[in-house]
Design a protein around this ligand. Structure first.
Ligand code: GLY
Length: 346
């Protein structure tokens, strides 16, 4: 088992990574927490696969909420259901909440844990590649509003994150590929060796090592900028145009990873329009190798409008993440008019 630790505003977060870890979750939880009760939040996809395995290892009284799978349920009404279930189970501030699932379960449960009784202990057990390399680590929690994604939330570090790459065996190829977009992002922003690992025909056989390298990058970035006011923005490489594409596809045409893939290629082409070397061809090859799309299929004016309505704009300037040298990202403020001109040429 390998462990990475992160100190955030609400305490230390220990991130354990090992194949088969889910089968030892009970012992790892007992070593860290002494709750009287445990409440698990999972969804209709994950519950039949792993909820029984987890519950069977817990000595304390356990309750659970099984939410419907999918981003459409990442809303305040779902959080309210979790609060009611926790109250009905008799949960107190000394007790523990576990998120068992992908990014949606993790974000919702994290927000419920951050706010229930003004904060209870949280453990994340991510079951998708995307959640393992990205959303379960770093303390971003929240829900969507009809006006947009992740508009309500809190920074709240999980005390424990248990990452078991063996649970990825039950993912569909498409869901696995979704997480690979974030993996490739890490390679481009911070460690080009990840790109070499992913380019291998047998990259899936080395996914444990790849996950560890990605989580290490995320830990290092969040340790410097937990609240996303500076360095953490590099984690948004591909996300600025990616979020716009997700929105234009009504959050159904493209998954998050697919949108990030398309957004990374667009960001590379935008670099070339600014006069840098065009590095998009090797990125396109790598994304195709892992089964991700690369073409931005939306009207460019609509992409620009959707991008500007995203919460990451600051006045007339967008902090765009550019990679001019794979393995190193640059936060580049671009004024809205200039960005408009580039996007029309993409
Ligand atoms: N997923 C981006 C971040 O955690 O900041």
């Amino acid at each position: 088992m390998r462990t990475l630790s992160l100190t955030g505003t609400n305490g230390v977060s220990d991130i354990h990574i090992a194949a088969g870890l889910l089968n030892h979750a009970g012992a790892l939880l007992s070593a860290t927490f002494s709750p009287s009760r445990i409440h698990i939040v999972t969804d209709t996809t994950v519950a039949p696969l792993y909820l029984g395995t987890l519950e069977a290892q817990l000595r304390q009284p356990v309750s659970h909420t099984i939410i419907p799978a999918g981003e459409a349920h990442k809303q305040l009404a779902t959080v309210e259901t979790i609060y009611h279930d926790m109250l009905a189970a008799g949960m107190t501030r000394q007790d523990l909440v576990i998120a068992l699932g992908g990014g949606v379960v993790g974000d919702i449960t994290g927000f419920a844990a951050a706010t229930f009784l003004r904060g209870v202990s949280l453990c994340q057990i991510p079951t998708t590649l995307l959640a393992q390399v990205d959303s379960s680590v770093g303390g971003k929690t929240g829900v969507d509003l009809p006006e947009g994604k992740n508009l309500v939330g809190a920074f709240y570090q999980p005390r424990l994150v248990l990452i078991d790459p063996e649970v990825l065996a039950t993912l569909s190829d498409a869901t696995f590929a979704d997480g690979m977009a974030e993996v490739i992002k890490y390679g481009y922003i911070a460690n080009r060796e990840i790109l070499e690992q992913v380019a291998r025909p047998d990259f899936k056989a080395h996914i444990d090592e790849i996950i560890y390298e990605c989580v290490k990058i995320k830990r290092d970035v969040v340790a410097i900028d937990e609240h996303d006011t500076g360095l953490r923005m590099i984690l948004n490489f591909g996300h600025t145009i990616g979020h716009a594409a997700e929105k234009l596809g009504h959050y159904t045409d493209l998954t998050h990873g697919q949108a990030v893939a398309v957004g990374m290629v667009a960001a590379m082409r935008l670099s070339a329009l600014r006069g840098d070397a065009d590095l998009s061809a090797p990125l396109v090859s790598l994304l195709e190798h892992v089964g991700l799309p690369t073409a931005l299929q939306y009207d460019r004016e609509a992409v620009f409008d959707a991008l500007l309505s995203d919460k990451k704009k600051f006045g007339g300037t967008v902090n765009f993440i550019l990679v001019r040298d794979p393995g190193r990202a640059e936060i580049t403020p671009i004024d809205a008019q200039t960005l408009h001109d580039y996007i029309l040429k993409l």
